[in-house]
Design a protein around this ligand. Structure first.
Ligand code: SF4
Length: 64
């Protein structure tokens, strides 16, 4: 799995940080700042949930 987070779309809702704190953080502007773009297997279900919860569709994942 590879994550692409589009900071231009991010509205700082923090849903991704709440559901997958090991993978997503926010910078000082409140915008998404991934901790890693290649999450460990145990974190992947939470990453998929973050994709669904993000209100601005700012997170994309490549499952390969
Ligand atoms: S859930 Fe979406 S809008 Fe909210 S901080 Fe994460 S990437 Fe940004």
């Amino acid at each position: 799995m590879h994550i692409t987070a589009d900071r231009g779309r991010c509205v700082g809702a923090a849903q991704c940080v709440l559901v997958a704190p090991a993978v997503f953080d926010q910078d000082e502007e409140g915008l998404v700042a991934p901790v890693t773009v290649d999450p460990a297997g145990a974190d992947r279900p939470a990453v998929r949930q973050a994709v669904h919860l993000c209100p601005s569709s700012a997170i994309r994942i490549d499952e390969e």
